[in-house]
Design a protein around this ligand. Structure first.
Ligand code: ADP
Ligand code: GLC
Length: 482
């Protein structure tokens, strides 16, 4: 049995701020359980879904040193859908309304978390063959493993995989303070290890010290080796290219299933998608106070509101797009105030065409995936993107920019050959996006048969974890010399 410990800062169903949580909560279910014992460890945040608290079992506690600090570590555990989860408990670090606060608090929080996870292994009696780390919050795990835990026999031979879900977030802070927080040896804060642009960089540490690096789509794996996509680290990514793999994310096909989804008004399958979606659309329009119009071209957005997601393009052309009465836009998301206010403004200006829902809601997100005709995701960059996969699963046609995982998962419609699962444009340009939306709208209105075939082909695609989980298994096997 190969033992894998998955470490991350969030995981469904306990705590989620974005796609990372979806991956952490679903991928581990899909490994071959006869060969791989995959367990997950996340922090026990005060803001986690409290309904799970009664199911968490206290396992043990101990103390960990972070330089001159001596901090409490409690370990809880729980089984969820056949996966073993551990939770690191410390009420000082994991208080607060959200998993992430200020960067200067977060660098200490996640240095603590990384060291606590490694220190917990003998206590929880799990000696992993591989520790699979995710994003900058866990970047110090490979670093601690090879430095401060380097002389301890228990840790000898543990391999590490580091997955980049988003290179934009690197966990950068002043070197002196990171030395003080972590107690890591001064000599590793150099340009080949932890230092980057004069600061300490957790993600860089993970990339330098891990045995394998992966990211969440093949196109993004290429993009991060370029100056345009490398977020300042293209040189490092190029240097590690022989160890860098792009493995496409999947989604949980049990959780996101229009046939059984409890959140949506009417369940439907591929066979009755046209009528099923029609009923969901009417219900959503009614619920959100939009005119209940079957003929309106209903576009959905479910997203963190950050510049990554292409909202600047939308801001540029929404007035132009909405001059005609035939488009309705439903938005669900929270994030940067300027984008939240932008959508509030458009909802105020066009109350019969725009519904701005500035909050987080699992229910509403499922309703949008099920009810809309099209789903808009014009990202500036997108490591993988899960929302477009959810849309495809629910027969909602994605309109995307050709970047990262969007390029790998949405096949553009070709009217001459009648192929494709969505609509896409290449350049980060507002009018290019608008023309693509208008083209999609044209097909929707004037060629319903073709439109329905696009829906059909999208629903036929398989973006479950089945094939990607096998790729991770192969990577693990490779690393372990099988
Ligand atoms: P990212 O991780 O960059 O935010 P992804 O497309 O990979 O983008 O994943 C986003 C996930 O977060 C999806 O599951 C999406 O449905 C969910 N999501 C984003 N915003 C909201 C919201 N306001 N309410 C509910 N779910 C949301
Ligand atoms: C990040 C990326 C997103 C990806 C998700 C899960 O949040 O922004 O593209 O799908 O991680 O890997």
């Amino acid at each position: 049995m190969k033992k894998i410990l998955f470490v991350a800062s969030e995981g469904v169903p306990f705590i989620k701020t974005g796609g990372l949580a979806d991956v952490v909560g679903s991928l581990p279910k899909y490994f071959d359980k006869k060969e791989y014992d995959v367990r997950v460890v996340i922090p026990k945040y005060a803001c986690m879904d409290r309904s799970f608290l009664p199911n968490l079992k206290f396992l043990c506690h101990f103390y960990v040193n972070l330089n001159w600090r001596r901090q409490y570590v409690g370990i809880f555990e729980s089984e969820y859908h056949g996966v073993h989860f551990y939770f690191v408990d410390n009420e000082f670090y994991f208080a607060g309304e959200s998993p992430y606060n200020n960067i200067y608090e977060d660098v200490e929080k996640f240095a603590y978390f990384s060291k606590a996870v490694l220190a917990s292994l003998p206590y929880i009696d799990f000696a992993p063959d591989i520790i699979h780390c995710n994003d900058w919050q866990t970047g110090l795990i490979p670093v601690f493993l090879h430095t401060v835990f380097g002389d301890d026999n228990f840790y000898a031979g543990i391999k590490t995989v580091f997955t980049i879900h988003n290179l934009q977030f690197q966990g950068r802070w002043r070197i002196q303070e990171i030395m003080d927080i972590t107690g890591l040896p001064a000599h590793i804060f150099n340009a080949y290890e932890l230092e980057s642009y004069g600061e300490a960089n957790y993600l860089k540490g993970g990339v330098v010290y891990a045995d394998y690096i992966t990211t969440v789509s093949p196109t993004y794996a290429n993009e991060i080796t370029t100056v345009e996509g490398g977020e300042g680290l293209s040189g490092l990514m190029t240097a590690r290219k022989d160890r860098l793999y792009g493995i496409l994310n999947g989604i949980d096909y049990e959780e996101y299933n229009p046939q059984t989804d409890p959140y949506i008004s009417v369940n439907y399958s591929k066979k009755d998608a046209v009528s099923g979606k029609k009923e969901n659309k009417a219900a959503l329009q009614k619920e959100l106070g939009l005119p209940v119009r079957e003929d309106a071209f209903l576009i959905g957005i479910v997203s963190r509101m950050t510049s990554q997601k292409g909202f600047d393009l939308i801001g540029c052309v929404l007035d132009e797009l909405l001059t005609e009465m035939d488009i309705q836009l439903v938005v669900l998301g929270t994030g940067e105030e300027k984008y939240e206010n932008m959508f509030r403004h458009f909802a105020w200006k066009y109350p019969d065409r725009v519904s701005a829902n500035i909050y987080y809601s699992e229910d509403m997100s499922h309703k949008i995936y099920a009810s809309c005709d099209a789903f808009l995701m014009p990202s500036l960059f997108e490591p993988c993107g899960l929302s477009q996969l959810m849309s495809l699963r629910y027969g909602t046609v994605p309109i995307v920019r050709e970047t990262g995982g969007l390029k790998d998962t949405v096949e553009p419609y070709n009217e001459y050959e009648s192929t494709g699962t969505g609509f896409s444009f290449a350049n980060y340009n507002a009018h290019e996006m608008m023309n693509t939306i208008n083209y999609a709208k044209h097909v929707f209105y004037n060629n319903k048969r073709e439109w329905n075939k696009i829906v059909d082909r999208g629903m036929l695609k398989d973006f479950s974890w089945t094939s990607s989980a096998k790729k991770y298994q192969k990577l693990y096997d490779n690393l372990l010399g099988y």
